[in-house]
Each structure stands twice: as structure tokens, then as C-alpha cells.
Design a protein around this ligand. Structure first.
Ligand code: XMP
Length: 319
């Protein structure tokens, strides 16, 4: 039986003990986990920590700015922001296979990260916001052969290649505990309560080929959907909500004209750890409002559908 204040103190002591006066590098994703890990480690070792945020062009609207503001202004933690959109879009061009998309993004993320680590003269430790469910979901299922449902990428692969040791202060925690720890560390509620966001970002919410143009379309639809969810006071009741841009065009009618544009799917689920999930039961009026706004306001989308599949048998993300 322990409180988050005690956990914080214990972990700070452990991090200091583990790291000594060595350098640590931390990849920020903009999510709660890596942010909480970085803030905790910064509290333990201060300037020995360098945080790197890779903007791969697969982020949500305003996300990079929010992270920059949070770390620089609120915590005064130095942050290296890498503009890598172009190289990610080039690498994703023509690729439609979900696992290859993930593999490329994971690999390229490591390349960018490694370049930045070298720029600061290397580091002995790599910090990660790995949680308990990540630890168990990536272990092979008991008794059977090792099964990978999806190759989740944090920054696996880096430690071996760069000869770095791992600092993972959240390994014993579940998501709700990480949120408590974040509050304990002074993270604002709006940040602590943020829905999880996958490392490969919007790429796994754009089945088929990912282009900057499609990312821009999806960012707009997603922002409208989340704005309506917040306005309706539903954000905190939902584990994850996001829009998906489908590689399917359908015929529509707008004014006197025929349209032929993409379909957008909306997803919203409740969950406690992401391993199982139920569909969030929006009322019809809410869904109607979101659909109308997206079709009216986002060029390139002329139809909106709602995904009514639980996990299992579906997964939360579409890829
Ligand atoms: P699925 O789609 O497998 O997702 O039901 C379960 C949870 O994991 C997140 N997710 C990822 N997170 N890298 C991540 O860091 C990934 O490659 C990845 N794929 C899925 C997903 O958003 C959900 O919270």
C-alpha cells in the first residue's frame, strides 16, 4: 500500500542510484506516459536529461505546440524538437501494408533519435514511459508460440544499437496510476487526462497510402470530433476517440453538385488498459452533429460512419 507521493520519492532515489552522473536521453511522444517519465527523471537528475520530440508529421492538430509549451514554459525542461515530416512522408510514399508502415516509422524514428543523441555527444541511458500493460502485451502468450498482433513501437531497438541502458520508471504502473503520478508532479488535468496516442500516429489511422495531404484532411476531421466531444462534456468518459480516413471514395451531393470524396470513420471506446474495449454509445444527435460539421467543414470528406466494433474482436486502432 503506497501513495503517489511515496512512489515519486522512491523512484527519484532509484533513478539517481541507477544513473549516477551519466547522461539520459528521453524520446517524448506528446503522450502522458513519456511526459510523466521525463518530468520524473528531470526532477531526479536535472540537466543530465535531454528530451527529444520527433515531429514526424503524423501528429494531431496543435500537438507539437502543446508539447513545446508544456516542457519549455511550464517545466523549463530543455527540449529538442526535430522537424522530420519530409523524410517520414517520403519513406511512407507508396506503402500500404500496415506492418510495413509501422516498421518504417519505428525504424526511421530510431534513425532520427540516434542522430539527435549523437549531436549531444551520446547518452548512457535511454528513458522510456513503458507501462505494465506494455510489458505484458509484448511478452509471448503463455504456452503458445510468440504472437505479435501488432508491432507496438516505443523505441525498442535503440538500446542494442546504441549500447544504452534503459530507465523505465513507470514499468509497475497502469495508466490510471500514471495519471495520478502526473497530477502529483504538477501536470495540468487537461494534459494528464489526454487520451492515449499511438507512436505511429495518424499513419495507422489512414489505411492505405499516407500522404501529407491525407494527414491534413484527417487532422481537421479529428479536431472537429474532439472539439464536439469536449463541448459535450464526454472527453473524460472516453478512453480514446479519433477519426480514421478511409481509402474509399463514395458519391455524395452538396448544393446542386455531385461530390466524390473520402469516407471518414469515427471511433470512440471505453477501456481501462487498452487490452479490451467497448464502444462508446453516443446518442444519435451527437453523431449527427459531428457528421454534419465534418462534411461541411472538411474538404475531401463527404461521408461519415461510426465504428461499432468492440475489442475483441476489433482492435482499437484500424491498423
Ligand atoms: P490496439 O489497436 O492494438 O491498441 O487495440 C491498443 C492501444 O495501444 C495503442 N497502440 C499503440 N501505441 N505504438 C504505441 O505506442 C503502437 O504502434 C500502437 N498501436 C496501438 C492504441 O492507440 C491503443 O491505445
Amino acid at each position: 500500500d503506497w501513495t503517489m507521493a511515496e512512489y515519486r520519492a522512491t523512484k527519484i532515489a532509484e533513478i539517481r542510484e541507477q544513473v549516477g552522473d551519466a547522461k539520459v536521453i528521453c524520446g517524448l511522444s506528446g503522450g502522458v506516459d513519456s511526459s510523466v517519465a521525463a518530468i520524473l527523471i528531470h526532477e531526479a537528475i536535472g540537466e543530465q536529461l535531454t528530451c527529444v520530440f520527433v515531429d514526424h508529421g503524423l501528429l494531431r492538430l496543435g500537438e507539437r505546440e502543446q508539447v513545446e509549451t508544456m516542457f519549455r514554459d511550464h517545466y523549463n525542461i530543455p527540449l529538442v524538437v526535430v522537424d522530420a515530416e519530409e523524410r517520414f512522408m517520403e519513406g511512407l510514399a507508396g506503402e500500404t501494408d500496415p506492418e510495413k508502415k509501422r516498421k518504417f516509422i519505428g525504424g526511421e524514428f530510431i534513425n532520427v533519435f540516434e542522430e539527435e543523441a549523437n549531436r549531444i555527444g551520446g547518452a548512457d541511458f535511454l528513458a522510456q514511459g513503458t507501462l505494465y500493460p506494455d510489458v505484458i502485451e509484448s511478452v509471448s502468450f503463455t504456452g503458445g508460440p510468440s504472437v505479435t498482433i501488432k508491432s507496438h513501437h516505443n523505441v525498442g531497438g535503440l538500446p542494442e544499437r546504441m549500447n544504452m541502458k534503459l530507465v523505465e520508471p513507470l514499468r509497475e504502473l497502469f495508466k490510471d496510476e500514471v495519471r495520478d503520478l502526473g497530477r502529483e508532479l504538477g501536470l495540468p488535468d487537461i494534459f494528464v487526462g489526454r487520451h492515449p496516442f499511438p507512436g505511429p500516429g495518424l499513419a495507422i489511422r489512414i489505411p492505405g497510402e499516407v500522404t501529407k495531404e491525407r494527414c491534413d484532411i484527417l487532422r481537421k476531421a479529428d479536431a472537429i470530433y474532439l472539439e464536439e466531444i469536449r463541448n459535450a462534456g464526454l472527453y473524460d468518459a472516453i478512453w480514446q476517440a479519433f477519426a480514421v480516413l478511409l481509402p474509399v471514395k463514395t458519391v455524395g451531393v452538396m448544393g446542386d453538385g455531385r461530390t466524390y470524396d473520402s469516407v471518414c470513420a469515427l471511433r470512440a471506446v471505453t477501456s481501462t488498459d487498452g487490452m479490451t474495449a467497448d464502444v462508446y454509445p453516443f446518442d444519435a444527435a451527437f453523431l449527427g452533429r459531428v457528421a454534419t460539421r465534418i462534411v461541411n467543414e472538411v474538404r475531401g470528406i463527404n461521408r461519415v460512419v461510426y465504428d461499432y466494433t468492440s475489442k475483441p474482436p476489433g482492435t482499437i486502432e484500424w491498423e
